[in-house]
Design a protein around this ligand. Structure first.
Ligand SMILES: NC(=O)c1ccc[n+]([C@@H]2O[C@H](COP(=O)([O-])OP(=O)(O)OC[C@H]3O[C@@H](n4cnc5c(N)ncnc54)[C@H](OP(=O)(O)O)[C@@H]3O)[C@@H](O)[C@H]2O)c1
Length: 264
């Protein structure tokens, strides 16, 4: 099976890397195009895939076409490739905010369409990808896509109405977590810790805490309570975070992210 990528940026790299690591496809069965020759050369060098400077050719020669450009370029890319898209080809879109209805209308014909929302931790094999399909997609095709997206982390099918929420809680949230890690490290630096070590401690604490949520199944509130000894140091920090509205700030941030995604 030939898989074609239109766009070879961060996300495409994560997907291609995962697919190759898990032997889901061979490098010679992957085609890719980018805007600049330098990107194409770099990706060809890194993964040994075929690259062509022609999106129509990618669409014509691939059975599965992954649209991996920024949402703003979707109208021109779809216009460029739509005559090459036949009813047997599977389109996978990873764009934030572009609904299946919008994409179907842009192709102006019935297409097999899967919409995915990955995130950048995919680059280190710890991605979280939400997947939804239109009526033209078979169960086998959905499972193939889950295997593809599962090659670099978790992949879960959800109804499309939850896609904007998934975009906020996993697609965009790494940015908020990086801010949290940076802020914690700044706090440790203020307390005298060398900066490099502060990032390491902060990031490892976030990794460990996330693992505890996922692996123990214990409610995050209960895990928080377990760290807070009566009259201890941790509860003092919790009190300050509550006073400064940490939880409501995060909820509002996710709400703003969902709203923006709905407007794209
Ligand atoms: N980054 C995230 O966290 C994230 C999370 C979830 C979903 N997404 C979605 O994933 C998609 C890709 O994001 P990204 O972060 O991978 O973006 P990116 O790193 O900026 O990559 C975009 C790629 O598109 C290529 N491109 C631009 N115009 C093109 C054209 N006319 N023909 C062919 N290729 C073209 C660029 O080529 P050059 O390299 O030559 O410029 C680049 O390789 C977006 O739709 C985004 O919404 C991203």
């Amino acid at each position: 099976m030939k898989i074609g990528f239109i766009g070879l940026g961060n996300m495409a790299k994560a997907i291609i890397g995962g697919m190759l690591r898990e032997n889901i496809v061979l490098p010679e069965d992957i085609l890719g195009s980018a805007k600049t020759v330098s990107t194409m050369e770099r990706i060809k060098e890194e993964f040994g895939i075929h690259v062509v400077n022609d999106n129509r050719q990618i669409a014509a020669e691939s059975e599965v076409i992954v649209l991996a450009v920024k949402p703003i370029f979707f109208p021109e890319i779809i216009e460029e490739i739509k005559d090459e898209i036949t009813s047997d080809k599977l389109i996978i879109s990873i764009a934030a905010g572009k609904t299946m209805e919008w994409i179907e209308k842009s192709f102006a014909k019935e297409v097999k369409l899967i919409r995915c929302m990955p995130n950048t931790p995919a680059l280190v094999g710890e991605g979280c990808t939400a997947v939804c399909t239109n009526a033209g997609v078979t169960k086998e095709e959905e499972e193939f896509c889950l295997r593809l997206m599962g090659s670099f982390g978790k992949a879960v099918s959800i109804p499309e109405r939850l896609m904007d929420a998934a975009g906020a809680v996993s697609g965009s949230s790494p940015a908020y977590v990086f801010m949290f890690i940076e802020a914690m490290a700044d706090g440790a630096v203020a307390a005298g810790m060398p900066r490099k070590q502060a990032y390491e401690f902060a990031a490892q604490a976030v990794l460990g805490a996330a693992k505890m949520v996922l692996e123990t199944g214990i409610h995050p509130g209960e895990l928080k309570d377990m760290v807070c000894s009566p009259g201890g140091t941790t509860i003092e920090g919790v009190r300050v975070l509550e006073e400064r509205g940490m939880r409501s700030a995060i909820m509002e941030a996710l709400g703003a992210c969902v709203e923006k995604s709905q407007r794209l």
